[in-house]
Design a protein around this ligand. Structure first.
Ligand SMILES: Cc1cc2nc3c(=O)[nH]c(=O)nc-3n(C[C@H](O)[C@H](O)[C@H](O)COP(=O)(O)O)c2cc1C
Length: 188
């Protein structure tokens, strides 16, 4: 199973970094697969720790993809690494095995501590829609425009029907980024 999470890391000088990552859940490990180049990859290799944050504020996913990375952080408990202050729960991990790859290395991480901070409120379709749109935005250079438009049309209706203010704001950031990209590549 893949969980869409926010992975927090820091470099050797303590500069934090946050990035949405689809984390693969294995029997005793969490597998993080960053595409090169990646600060998450560099930081994890340098410090050998990370925090995998479960988070329902989809503005953080959309924000990271649209240049808004300044989200409140707190200290992890067992490792020297920041975690998201607003995470519903977080898992602190240490790097156990590194499988290098020219495109997408595999970082096998062992959970060493987990904490729950707030209840899971239930599923929301607009949150899912924002995640799908954020993934499209992360692949704007690689996807055909028709596919982006087709998928956005499907997800837009979930936002219109079920979003709250956070989901609407996140969706608007992503749509603005897509419009800018479209103008740059395809003209007005
Ligand atoms: C829901 C979601 C899941 C993502 N999963 C991954 C992933 O597994 N690996 C990856 O390299 N990028 C993933 N991305 C894109 C990264 O978050 C984005 O490209 C980021 O800047 C990664 O580079 P960084 O480590 O330098 O921040 C995902 C984006 C979203 C919205």
């Amino acid at each position: 199973m893949i969980l869409e999470t926010i992975v927090t890391t820091q470099d050797r000088d303590g500069r934090p970094h946050i990035a949405p990552m689809g984390v693969h859940v294995e029997k005793d490990a969490l597998l993080i697969l960053p595409f090169r180049p990646s600060r998450t990859l560099d930081n994890l290799l340098a410090t050998e720790v990370a925090v995998v944050n479960a988070c329902d504020d989809v503005r953080i996913f959309a924000g990271c993809l649209t240049g808004r990375r300044n989200w409140p952080l707190a200290e992890a408990e067992r490792i020297d690494c920041p975690r998201l202050a607003t995470a519903l729960s977080h898992t602190e991990v240490v790097l156990e095995r590194f499988e290098d790859d020219a495109v997408r290395p595999r970082l096998h991480c062992r959970p060493v501590h987990q904490a729950i901070h707030a209840p899971f409120a239930g599923f929301n379709r607009a949150q899912h829609a924002v995640l799908e749109a954020a993934i499209l935005v992360s692949r704007l250079d690689r996807l055909p425009w028709e596919k982006i438009e087709r998928e956005l049309a499907i997800h837009r209706s979930a936002v219109e029907k079920t979003a709250g203010p956070r989901e609407r704001e996140a969706w608007d950031w992503l749509m603005e980024k897509i419009r800018t990209h479209r103008r740059a590549v395809h003209g007005p």
